[in-house]
Write a protein that binds this ligand. Sequence first.
Ligand code: CAA
Length: 317
Amino acid sequence: MSFIDLPLPMPRRGAYGPQRFWKEYSMNVQTVGIVGAGQMGNGIAHVFAVAGYNVLLNDISQDSLDAAVALIAKNLDRQVQREKLTAQERDEALARISTTMTLTDLGPTDMIIEAATERETVKTAIFEDLVPHLKPNTILTSNTSSISITRLASRTDRPEKFMGFHFMNPVPVMQLVELIRGIATDDETYQTCLGVVERLGKTAASAEDFPAFIVNRILMPMINEAVYTLYEGVGNVSSIDSAMKLGTNHPMGPLELADFIGLDTCLAIMNVLHDGLADTKYRPCPLLTKYVEAGWLGRKTSRGFYDYRGEAPVPTR
Ligand code: CAA
């Protein structure tokens, strides 16, 4: 049983006793609709398909859908080469993934995972468009890394069936899924999501619905502080990343990791923390803002704290 039962301020799950229901409830989920075929959406589609779910992947761009399926195929191949999957499992997983540019095609699915751009207006518009087409029992979830689940849920017809379902990047590799209940989320929905995480072979950690939840509440101020360290000239890109990799055994330095996540996403999360907690310790570093304004968003634009346009990444400072 891979579930980190973190102490929670509100023991709602405890009221129903030990995890008696999660397996049973999660059997109701067979088909999953994923909104957004970007970095997170394609990874989420990958792990659901490998776990045996039928996946319907939606995006507004056919090119993004085609690129996502190609990337999933490549990442599945990598798992076959490393003997984590058989060739037959790869082929079956790929066959479970369908794509559509029509959002409302996701209506008949049992669970929706929204993994669109990290902007509240975009996410809210998606839920508003989807809701009239959903089955009454469909669970709605968002892969948001920081936006209030309670607020997103309140814009739907089913706040009790709404959860935060937050994957880490790269999704096929990272073990954690953060589960975030909104104020109205019912226990059946939570138990179902726990069962789904279990079936994915991942580990759930519960977080209460406060800005940026657990992982990003801790990770983003560290990344922001690394950018301040660069901004103030305490170190350069290489020395900061080497110091943290070799000095604290992090697999990536904080600036390399920021490029990997996307500097626009890092800035958006810092803004959510700053606005939501109203504490100056969360103010985004002006240098982070400058990189984002330049369009230097990290790996996805081939330039961020490193320049990825050549053979090997070159620090930009
Ligand atoms: N799909 C499938 N497998 C993948 C993969 C992918 N996209 N990317 C890497 N892998 C696998 C590789 O096949 C390899 O598998 P084996 O161990 O079986 O050999 C393994 O992952 C390691 O890959 P590599 O050897 O190619 O590379 P690496 O050793 O440098 O590791 C890394 C890459 C796993 C990304 C590692 O650098 C790492 O863990 N970095 C930190 C990632 C991190 O912190 N992510 C969280 C970001 S925060 C977040 O996501 C939340 C948010 O809201 C912003």
